[in-house]
Design a protein around this ligand. Structure first.
Ligand SMILES: [Zn+2]
Length: 191
């Protein structure tokens, strides 16, 4: 009879172990820390003409950048849903935290002109004493504002990021730059 008890106990143990393995929570799939998604870069000549125009408009406004602290000029240009281009540049402040980035300046200026729906935004930046070799990407705050604009327009917003020489340009989307974004829907708001 003893062997029956041992057999029974073994079967129960194996079943419990099997249940534990089956019900084990699956780990979330995510990229490892420090491992960022790779974006392919383009040259200015490879862009469509309207994309080139948007970068050129952003570049032109860089000379108006007010940047006595960072000495880093940024220009941004938004393309509105009715085809208008509205530009913005960074405006710094001695109280650093109140600085306004070029991207937000452009979006808020567009809104002031009654153009709240945007389709794309181009960004370019340069240091006072150096060219940027990598495309200039929007900061976290600006990504959040671009996301809000995408929710207002009910379309994804294309984000065109350029280095100062315009030979390394990344074309992406706000949905790609700010995944799992917090937005109006999280507040139960339908815009
Ligand atoms: Zn910013």
């Amino acid at each position: 009879m003893k062997w029956l008890w041992i057999l029974g106990a073994t079967i129960v143990t194996v079943m419990v172990l099997l249940l534990l393995v089956i019900n084990k929570p699956k780990p979330m799939v995510c990229t490892k820390q420090g491992q960022s998604k790779s974006f392919s870069a383009l040259d200015y000549k490879e862009l469509e003409s309207w994309q080139q125009q948007l970068i050129d408009k952003a570049e032109a406004v860089m000379s108006n950048s007010y940047n006595p602290y960072s000495k880093f000029a940024v220009g941004a240009a938004v393309l509105t849903s009715d085809g208008e281009i509205i530009v913005g540049t960074n405006f710094e402040n001695a109280s650093y935290g109140t600085t306004i980035c070029a991207e937000r300046a452009a979006i808020i200026r567009a809104n002031s002109e009654g153009k709240r729906k945007i389709k794309a935004i181009a960004i370019i930046g340069r240091g006072k004493d150096f060219e940027t070799t990598e495309p200039v990407a929007p900061c976290g705050s600006c990504r959040q504002v671009i996301y809000e604009a995408s929710q207002i327009a009910n379309n994804d917003v294309m984000v065109i990021m350029s280095n100062s020489k315009k030979d390394k340009i990344i074309v992406s989307w706000i949905s790609e730059l700010l995944p799992l974004a917090f937005g109006p829907k999280d507040l139960g708001i339908v815009l």
